[in-house]
Design a protein around this ligand. Structure first.
Ligand code: FES
Length: 173
């Protein structure tokens, strides 16, 4: 993509992508890293993100979508600033994952796949996140928390609200 072309990304990320596609002998190898970086910056893989990534790599938007849908960490809809993912696979389920998931829903006042009105949190149930021996486990963006109980939920949410206030990114949190 030429420097004159309009980009949906920040100048910093656009420059990073320029470097990334040069780094790989096959441009397509940069696809997943690019999608992850794009999601970190934009929040999800919007149509315009997919279009630009496809253009930068030289493949079709359909090819980008076909690859991206294999990866559960890639999202096609907006989520909260903090996306709470509760593992409900067998090990976590036997350790109380559903009680935990229920408590998150109560505390946040949203249902599965919901987003709080202030945009601070979203909540979803996910497959194994690799902490089976320490369930129930959750992932909040890139943080992993394990051996949780429903009683710990208010404190966990408060710590992220504090973080959002400190960063000044969620006005009502
Ligand atoms: S079953 Fe929950 S982390 Fe593996």
């Amino acid at each position: 993509m030429s420097n004159e072309t309009m980009t949906v990304f920040s100048p910093r990320l656009a420059a990073r992508f320029d470097a990334l596609v040069e780094k790989y002998p096959v441009k397509r190898s940069a696809l997943i890293p690019m999608l992850l970086y794009a999601q970190d910056e934009i929040g999800y893989l919007s149509d315009s993100v997919i279009a630009e990534v496809a253009d930068r790599i030289g493949i079709t938007e359909l090819e980008v979508r076909n690859v991206a849908t294999y990866y559960s960490m890639l999202r096609f809809k907006p989520v909260g600033k903090y996306n709470v993912q509760v593992c409900t696979n067998i090990s976590c389920m036997l350790s109380g994952a559903y009680e935990l998931y229920e408590r998150f829903q109560q505390e946040l006042g949203i249902g599965p796949k919901g987003v709080t009105a202030d945009g601070a949190f979203s909540l979803e149930e996910v497959e194994c996140i690799g902490a089976c021996c320490w369930g129930p486990a959750i992932q909040v963006n890139y943080d992993f928390l394990d051996e949780l109980t429903p009683e710990l939920v208010p404190g966990i949410l408060e710590s992220y609200r504090r973080k959002a206030r400190t960063e000044g990114t969620v006005s009502h949190a």
